[in-house]
Design a protein around this ligand. Structure first.
Ligand SMILES: Cc1ncc(COP(=O)(O)O)c(C=O)c1O
Length: 354
């Protein structure tokens, strides 16, 4: 029987594309920008030490917040923890966005900005990355004159890999006196560029971070929102009392205590990113300069068929034909063995083209 429930129109009209997220286990997962090496062994030890009494208790956040604030070089009152990076983005809608108010994004980008905007019934103003995947700074400055409630920029951007440097970010912040500027730094450890040190200078600036990528905690869901004390206090008002689970806290503390593992992972990714781009170039496949743990490649008209063939071999890449152009593919940088397996598979399919 069909229920006739009073569902909000924004929910019925939602249409953001969602990636296939099930049945990936056991495959070569180069489609979600995970850390395919896995988390630090220290994380597993810390999780094994959780007692049943602790698990039965509602989590307390002060000690973990102090520890993770040290990791980000901020004060505890400048950090809020959230249930994954996705959730760290949602809080800006709860805080700043009424139905009908506008947000500004630049596409192609991480789809969650649009996803939440649709759920909250926001108007979405869209800029486009340029032909070489450059961010349109002048267009952003012009659009900010219309005072959107929130501007979201992923830096580096997913899927293009584009990195905005400090001068461009400063230009944008100066143009955004009446707009909350969220710099989504999900991949900052790979780019080495962060605006976290600027939070006390720009009260409109917020930084979103995640422990899913470099720390390899995607399954545990831990994200962070960073901003100056006064601005973050506004966001705090929109948060539930227990947004984060204890396992995620314990795991993150162990992960940040093991800097050597993180550093090793970042260095390996950077090295493999350069190597893999050079190998694709030899096959006449264009890639775009990336500051993340992934590469955007253009396989042209043969791209969709290639993805389907690799998929049949259990190799998952992310087709971006729908939001860039047919043939664009985002490739997560996995381990050296994984990247060699992928290259071999691409080479054999590519040379077999008619
Ligand atoms: C730019 C960007 N921001 C945020 C996230 C969210 O990550 P998570 O929800 O796993 O923390 C991702 C994940 O792919 C991302 O690419």
């Amino acid at each position: 029987m069909k229920a006739s429930l009073p569902v909000r129109r924004a929910i019925l009209e939602r249409r953001t594309y969602e990636a296939p997220a099930e049945g990936r286990s056991g495959k070569l997962r180069l489609d979600f920008n995970e850390n395919t090496t896995g988390c630090s062994p220290a994380v597993r030890r810390a999780l094994a030490n959780l007692t049943s009494k602790k698990i039965a208790m509602y989590p307390e956040y002060q000690a973990s917040t102090r520890c993770l604030a040290r990791f980000f070089h901020v004060r505890p009152e400048e950090l809020l923890l959230a249930n994954g990076g996705d959730d760290a983005l949602r809080v800006f809608f709860d805080t700043f966005v009424d139905a009908g108010s506008s947000i500004l994004i630049c596409e192609p980008t991480f789809p969650m900005y649009r996803y939440y905007a649709e759920i909250y019934g926001a108007r979405i103003s869209v800029l486009r990355y340029g032909k070489q995947m450059e961010f349109p700074v002048d267009d952003a400055v012009a659009a900010l004159r219309r005072k959107p409630r929130v501007l979201f920029i992923a830096n580096p951007n997913n899927p293009t890999g584009t990195l905005l440097g400090h001068p461009e970010l400063r230009t944008i912040l100066h143009a955004a006196a009446r707009t909350a500027v969220v710099i989504d730094e999900a991949y900052a450890e790979f780019s080495g560029v962060s605006v976290v040190p600027w939070i006390r200078k720009y009260p409109q600036l917020f930084v979103a971070r995640t422990f899913s990528k470099v720390a390899g905690l995607a399954a545990l869901r831990l994200g962070a929102v960073i901003g100056c004390r006064e601005s973050l206090a506004l966001v705090r008002r929109a948060m539930p009392p227990f947004p984060v689970n204890l396992a995620a806290l314990v795991a993150a503390e162990a992960a940040v205590a093991d800097r050597a593992t993180m550093r090793r992972h970042v260095n390996e990714v950077k090295h493999l990113r350069v190597w893999f781009a050079a190998e694709l170039k030899k096959l006449n496949v264009k890639t775009y300069s990336s500051a993340g743990n992934f590469l955007l490649a253009n396989f042209g008209t043969g791209g969709p068929a290639l993805i389907r063939k690799l998929d049949k071999q259990g190799i998952l890449l992310r087709d971006r034909s729908h939001d860039i152009a047919p043939g664009f593919v985002r490739i997560t940088i996995g381990t050296s063995a994984e990247m060699r397996r992928l290259l071999k598979a691409i080479r054999s399919q590519w040379s077999a083209r008619t």
